[in-house]
Ligand binder design. Structure first.
Ligand code: NAD
Length: 510
């Protein structure tokens, strides 16, 4: 938690960060310049803190996407043709500037999304780390492998794919966008970014930073607007070679269809309903801390949240008693107050969805152990954390991604049942398991159907490792040069003969 600044300090920072956008509409950033929508359309952006209007935002459509895609296309030859060392230098400057504005970015993110400052201050710094990590790999991005055979030298190399589209959600928008944009730029691609319409501000701040860092015009373009207009047009544009998308599984499915006519390469990071399995031989104190952290941090608006707790029946009552006490004590409040643990949720529509699961839990016969109170006020963006027990895995509260501070508890008797319940779901993003038995840890980690497994740990991201989901949770992996560059680059193999191999002779006259 950022302890050096007070609630008032953060309020002042947020006001200063957001003010320029209140005085005039927030514009797109195309070819190195702010740009209004060709149509002149704007939409309003309200803060989840108190529903006040933060400002208006340019609403992009196919014409603005076309301008941005052309700018990215024009800039591609120069950017991809620069040496990796040069790209590294500029991207480190982006990271420096993110670091120097990290508090502004974090404060703006909080008033725009409702995420709390205790988590957003670290998220802004992680954005800078993403740029540094991939910047350091830029000089080696084109490297390939040597695979000689008896008669040939074979070697591969990689080159940047071209202009790519990046489409991001609203839950931790700045950090997530840097996860995609940094490797794309390091690889030599140019980018058109379409941030989520509910959280446009920090994408605009990233554009300003990119310009100040010396990123050439057209290398990073940002078009604001709605999914069905700006987002759809980006996925359909013929100059855009690939789409890196983070968002809901159903949207991923639409994007795949929209991109099919232009044969778009896609990388999807989608939804999750991730199990955390706690066995009775685990360190239950550490497990309790991690279970609470992984669902009630980031307002529960987190793709890798452990929203399904599978708890061994022998320790169920003890564990749930501890859980109940702690969940009741969670501090819901203003996102810029450093002591707040859960802030307001992003949008009235999302609040209504999250609240609806209380009635669904009751109707299905589960027990609502914590939750209700302020969460029943339909006009408030603040939703009290909820805890459901006595659930079965086939209930909606166990199967659907709620994307809020809501935990569903399901008991199990043994290892086989735990794995069966964990896998009985359409999603496969992350799995967490807690046990003191090494063999069991290995077996369960092997058998869980998910792209990422953490054993005796909450989600701790290490950038070289592959990040992504299986089943309905995604296609492809981020991370490290092997995974991220593989997506943003095209691999070419060159085979050169030693002039020693036999060439079949056809039509030969003897
Ligand atoms: P969403 O799918 O509604 O929107 C995401 C983005 O897609 C937005 O920018 C939106 O405007 C755009 N979009 C919507 N329809 C589109 C279309 N037809 N064509 C092109 N773009 C379109 O998701 P959301 O509600 O903003 O975010 C929450 C979801 O994101 C959750 O499901 C969460 O699990 C997921 N998520 C996944 C990860 C991960 O790494 N797997 C990380 C964060 C969030």
């Amino acid at each position: 938690m950022a302890a050096d600044k007070t609630f008032d300090d953060y309020r002042a920072l947020a006001a200063a960060s957001i003010r320029p956008f209140a005085d005039a509409p927030l514009l797109h950033f195309i070819d190195g310049r702010p740009a209004a929508s060709a149509s002149g359309e704007t939409f309003e952006n309200n803060s989840p803190v108190d529903a006040t209007l933060l400002g208006s935002v340019a609403s992009g459509d196919a014409a603005d996407i076309d301008a941005a895609a052309n700018a990215a296309h024009e800039a591609f030859a120069d950017w991809s043709g620069r040496s990796g060392k040069e790209r590294k230098k500029i991207l480190h400057r982006v990271a420096d500037l993110i670091e120097s504005r990290a508090d502004d970015i974090a404060a703006a993110e909080c008033v725009d999304t409702g995420q709390t400052i205790r988590f957003m201050s670290a998220a802004a710094i992680r954005g800078a780390e993403n740029f540094r990590f991939f910047a350091d790999h830029a000089p080696d991005a084109n490297n390939g492998r040597s695979m000689p055979d008896e008669h040939h030298v074979n070697f591969s190399s990689r080159r940047a794919l071209g202009p790519v589209g990046v489409i991001t959600p609203w839950n931790t928008p700045f950090m997530l966008s840097t996860w995609k944009i940094a490797p794309a730029l390091a690889a030599g691609c140019t980018v058109v970014h379409k941030p989520a319409e509910w959280s446009p501000y920090t994408a605009a701040m990233l554009s300003e930073i990119a310009l100040e860092a010396g990123l050439p015009p057209g290398v990073l373009n940002t078009v604001h607007g709605f999914g069905e207009s700006a987002g759809k047009a980006l996925t359909e544009h013929p100059l855009i070679k690939a789409i890196a998308f983070v968002g809901e599984s159903s949207t991923g499915s639409m994007i795949q269809a929209q991109g099919a006519p232009t044969l778009k390469r896609v990388h999807f990071e989608l939804g999750g309903k991730n199990p955390v399995i706690v066995f009775d031989d685990a360190d239950l104190d550490r497990a309790l801390d991690a279970v609470i952290f992984m669902i009630y941090s980031l307002n529960g608006e987190r793709c890798t949240s452990s929203s399904r707790l599978l708890i061994q029946s022998s320790v169920h009552d003890e564990f749930v008693a501890g859980l109940t006490e702690r969940v009741k004590a969670l501090k819901v409040g203003h996102p810029l107050d450093p002591s707040t643990e859960i802030g307001p949720l992003i949008h009235p529509r999302h609040c209504a969805k999250v609240r609806s699961y209380r009635a669904k839990a009751e109707a299905a016969g589960a027990s609502v152990i914590v939750g209700g109170g302020a969460s029943s006020d339909p006009d408030s963006y603040y939703v009290d954390p909820m805890l459901f027990t006595g659930a079965r895995n086939d209930m909606d509260i166990a199967q659907e991604e709620i994307f809020g501070p809501v935990l569903t508890v399901i008991p199990f008797s043994d290892e086989t049942e735990a794995v069966r319940l964990a896998n009985d779901i359409e999603y496969g993003l992350a799995g967490y398991l807690w046990t003191g038995d090494t063999g069991r840890a290995q077996r369960v980690a092997r058998d869980l159907e998910a792209g990422m497994i953490w054993v005796n740990s909450q989600n701790v991201r290490h950038l070289p490792t592959p990040f992504g989901g299986s089943k309905a949770s995604g296609i492809g992996r981020d991370g490290g040069p092997e995974y991220s560059f593989e997506f943003y680059m095209e691999t070419k193999n060159i085979s050169i003969a030693y002039d020693s191999h036999a060439i079949p002779k056809l039509g030969h006259i003897s």
